[in-house]
Design a protein around this ligand. Structure first.
Ligand code: AR6
Length: 176
């Protein structure tokens, strides 16, 4: 599913984020930035050891924030490592942290004059965020950003499963 937000194409697909040819791909990292499972493990495997070497110089990253590195052996020139929150339905700060990580990724991409970026569904794996709630927050944050910023020409969500893609498509259809 594709839609236009202001000057930017917003694209939802099912796939593997490590295969994306966008200027940057976003990693669903943890605050050590030293690798892990899920998207993080897949990105480090595909990028090669140079990525971990650069990440180990960054001093970690707080939840809700992001840091950029080169892409090494990936097709994408850059990786932006975003740290999502661990889901906790009782903590009202958690949705804000999830919104913040998307916002920071988009700001960093804009600062680096990037024109295309691919996101996974941050926090919806190991970190346990329910897909529906995450889709709502993620898409709203991206749409709000694109209504005010025109540097980025393509934002793609790369969802790993058909179910996740369905949830994102239904949510986007309601939001636009
Ligand atoms: N491409 C796109 N999406 C993927 C891929 C892939 N190759 N692999 C998994 N997903 P997760 P989190 C989906 O667990 O919840 C790591 O250990 C997956 O189905 O990767 O933010 C880090 O080091 C899910 O919907 O990230 C952290 O410790 C989504 O990507 C922790 O996990 C995110 O799942 C971060 O947890």
């Amino acid at each position: 599913m594709q839609t236009q937000i202001n000057q930017t194409t917003l694209d939802l697909i099912q796939g593997d984020i490590t295969q994306q040819e966008t200027d940057a791909i976003v990693n669903a990292a943890n605050s050590s930035l030293l690798g892990g499972g899920g998207v993080d493990g897949a990105i480090h495997r595909a990028a090669g050891p140079g990525l971990l070497a650069e990440c180990s110089q960054l001093g970690g990253c707080r939840a809700g924030d992001a840091k950029i590195t080169k892409g090494y052996n990936l097709k994408a020139k850059y990786v932006i490592h975003g740290v999502g929150p661990v889901y906790n339905s009782k903590d009202p700060n958690i949705p804000k942290l999830l919104a913040s990580v998307y916002q920071r990724n988009l700001e960093i991409a804009t600062e680096h004059q990037l024109e295309s970026i691919a996101f996974p569904a941050i926090s919806t794996g190991v970190y346990g965020y329910p897909m529906q709630e995450a889709a709502e927050i993620s898409l709203k944050t991206v749409i709000d950003f694109l209504q005010q910023n025109t540097q980025i020409k393509l934002v793609r969500f790369v969802l790993f499963t058909a179910e996740a893609l369905n949830v994102f498509e239904d949510t986007l259809a309601r939001l636009i």
